[in-house]
Write a protein that binds this ligand. Structure first.
Ligand code: F6P
Length: 317
């Protein structure tokens, strides 16, 4: 499958990619739509192209759908606005069901995109005979359990922020780090912090961080690890965490596990690693909001009011 998505939608596909690949036994490529338009080709072995655009107005994703339609592959759209411009280009659009994102910065849309994609993966797995209906039902229950935990995750994140308010509000550079499916989570942390908090942020996979970016580490910067207990790379992430902590005063961890360490936000949830971005993205969203509030960032005032018009990055309708 080839996915076309940008910004938070790209990050959401990246967050769900490993789960879909595992449950439905498919391979997924994700392309930035602009790059696809300028340089891309649809590989012969692609069976389906899925364009993801929450609001359905991103110019590059719309143009990518136009180009994708020249291939002989089916093209579908996943969006939250079922009469948005992108939906006019295809016969089949799927509603991610979250409605209009009133805050302007993709938040519930990210959770809805990740959840919709995981449900699509389960449906695909059943339809292709890769898993039984019983297994699919159990997977759906697991997703529901995560969604039900979101209010508690929000509360825990708020308490964690209050304990470290000075550090979060004063952060001058943030490096959210993760691995596996949570590379999508930390990419979204990067998008959310830069869009809203507006401090330099780079979300990276732990091993990629070791190959260059770590050398910018300063004792006053902030590093946030994103960890799933008992996952394959967990020990390696802890080891890097220990190393980084020797050189930086503000090192925190967001984990599904529990901890008495005040620098660890333990969500205390039982979650499959491949589903975990659905839960672990929430603390980053809440922290973005709280830091904005703490720093007096008024999100209703656009930073560059003429940007979209000058660059044509969104279509108006
Ligand atoms: O999913 P959409 O609606 O195509 O938007 C993609 C991205 O465009 C933005 O709205 C602006 O770049 C981001 O907030 C968002 O992640």
């Amino acid at each position: 499958m080839l996915f076309l998505a940008t910004g938070s939608s790209f990050n959401s596909v990246l967050s769900a990619k490993l789960y879909i690949e595992e449950i439905a036994n498919v391979h997924i490529d994700i392309e930035e739509p602009y790059n696809f338009n300028e340089y891309g080709k649809v590989p012969n072995d692609v069976d389906m192209i899925v364009a993801v655009s929450q609001r359905g107005t991103s110019t590059s994703t719309i143009n990518a759908v136009k180009k994708a339609k020249y291939s002989d592959k089916p093209v579908i759209v996943l969006t939250s606005i079922m009469d948005s411009p992108i939906t006019k280009l295809v016969d089949n659009s799927l509603d991610m069901g979250c409605g209009i994102e009133t805050v302007g910065y993709s938040t519930k849309g990210v959770s809805a995109t990740i959840l919709s994609l995981m449900i699509m993966g389960i449906d695909l797995a059943v339809e292709s005979g890769h898993v039984s209906r019983d297994i699919a039902n159990r997977e759906m229950e697991k997703l529901e359990e995560i969604v039900n935990k979101i209010p508690d995750i929000i509360l825990k994140t708020k308490a964690f922020y209050q304990n470290h308010k000075m550090q979060f509000d004063g952060a001058s550079r943030i490096s959210p780090l993760g691995y596996g499916p949570n590379v999508g989570t930390v990419r979204e942390a990067e998008t959310k912090f830069t869009e809203t908090v507006r401090v330099p942020t780079q979300g990276l996979e732990i091993e990629a961080y070791m190959h260059g970016p770590i050398f910018e580490l300063h004792k006053n910067y902030m590093v946030i690890f994103t960890e799933i207990e008992n996952s394959g790379p967990y020990d390696r992430s802890r080891k890097l965490n220990d190393f980084v902590s020797q050189h930086c005063h503000n090192v925190y961890t967001i984990t599904n596990g529990s901890s008495n360490n005040e620098d660890i936000l333990g969500l205390h949830i039982d979650v499959d690693e491949l589903m975990s971005p659905l839960a672990l993205v929430v603390p980053y969203q809440v922290l973005s909001y709280l830091i904005c509030e703490g720093n007096g960032v008024d999100l209703s005032i656009p930073v560059y009011s003429d940007f979209k018009e000058v660059m044509g990055s969104k279509v108006t309708w």
